[in-house]
Design a protein around this ligand. Structure first.
Ligand SMILES: [Zn+2]
Length: 307
């Protein structure tokens, strides 16, 4: 009898733990991706460098381990552009995965750029711009969101695009919307993540509801009582640098009149500095941010059903 009860309790515990885990992203993986992508070995992941290709291949190999499809050969969308700063022709690669929706033909396009600005002038001090917050953090979230939705099929189709060459003028995002595998009007929404791993005030911003207020109530509901606190703003036209509408890859979607929501934190002292390193991010804030974004996407997927 006691044995039976024990077995029953163990099974119950297993399912409880399994169920609660499956509602969240895998913390160990999130940290592992962030640590690797922001390591000195990847030398700041600048587009056109061998280390950028290492980051690209890492993301592809993660996708390969999931039940996830792609419209692009080997998950790569290759594109060319002229880098204005170096005045040279560069090749970039977006890494793009696809999970079909169970109900809707509409698509939620989830994006994060994986490139960063590389290595600065040689000094006796640190010259590697690791880009831990910018944007190993968003890339790590993107990989684990892809894993989550490949295991928990969404109602809307989802594209997971790790974008290249954001730091060279949103080039990867422009290439994606410029040669998208579906009609652009099938896109319900772009969810972009760029810098989501630290904020002293415990705040994560979502920018875009000024233009797309239909998402505001859904987001409020998804974020009720959340940590970090989800704040709306940074999307008022005419406010200069405070307006983030064009400041990251969502800008390319905005140009095509596709709705977007951009998740990110306010700038910090290590922004675009060699000190944007793993040791300066806040792991708890980062993991909580990722799970908050997951909750927001799940809520939008549940309620915004357009066949
Ligand atoms: Zn960025």
């Amino acid at each position: 009898m006691r044995w039976n009860l024990q077995v029953f309790a163990t099974i119950l515990l297993f399912f409880t733990i399994h169920f609660s885990f499956s509602q969240k992203l895998q913390e160990k993986n999130l940290i592992k991706h962030l640590v690797y992508l922001s390591s000195d070995e990847l030398k700041g992941r600048e587009t056109g460098t061998p280390e950028n290709l290492k980051a690209r291949d890492y993301i592809k190999n993660e996708f390969k381990g999931m039940r996830i499809d792609s419209q692009y050969p080997d998950f790569f969308q290759e594109f060319r552009f002229t880098s204005r700063r170096e005045n040279k022709l560069l090749t970039g690669y977006n890494v793009v995965g696809f999970v079909p929706g169970t109900v809707s033909k509409k698509i939620i396009v989830i994006t994060a750029h994986f490139d960063h600005v590389g290595v600065g002038k040689a000094t006796d001090q640190d010259s590697i711009y690791n880009g831990a917050d910018d944007n190993a953090s968003g890339t790590a979230a993107l990989i684990e969101l892809a894993r989550y939705f490949s295991e928990n099929p969404p109602q809307h189709s989802m594209i997971f695009a790790a974008l290249d060459a954001e730091e060279k003028g949103l080039q990867g995002a422009k290439a994606l919307v410029g040669d998208f595998p579906f009609e652009l009007d099938q896109i319900l929404l772009n969810v972009n993540m760029d810098m989501i791993s630290r904020n002293e005030a415990g705040e994560l911003y979502v920018s875009g509801t000024h233009y797309y207020p239909e998402f505001k109530e859904i987001l409020k509901e998804a974020a009720a009582g959340s940590r970090p606190l989800l704040k709306f703003g940074h999307d008022i036209p005419g406010t200069g640098r405070d307006d983030w509408t064009q400041s990251s890859d969502q800008g390319a979607f905005f140009e095509k009149k596709i709705p977007h929501l951009y998740f990110g934190v306010e700038d910090h002292e290590d922004y675009h500095q060699p000190s944007d390193e793993y040791k300066n991010i806040d792991p708890q804030f980062f993991v909580d941010s990722c799970n908050l974004i997951l909750a927001c996407i799940k809520k939008i997927d549940e309620v915004s059903i357009i066949p």
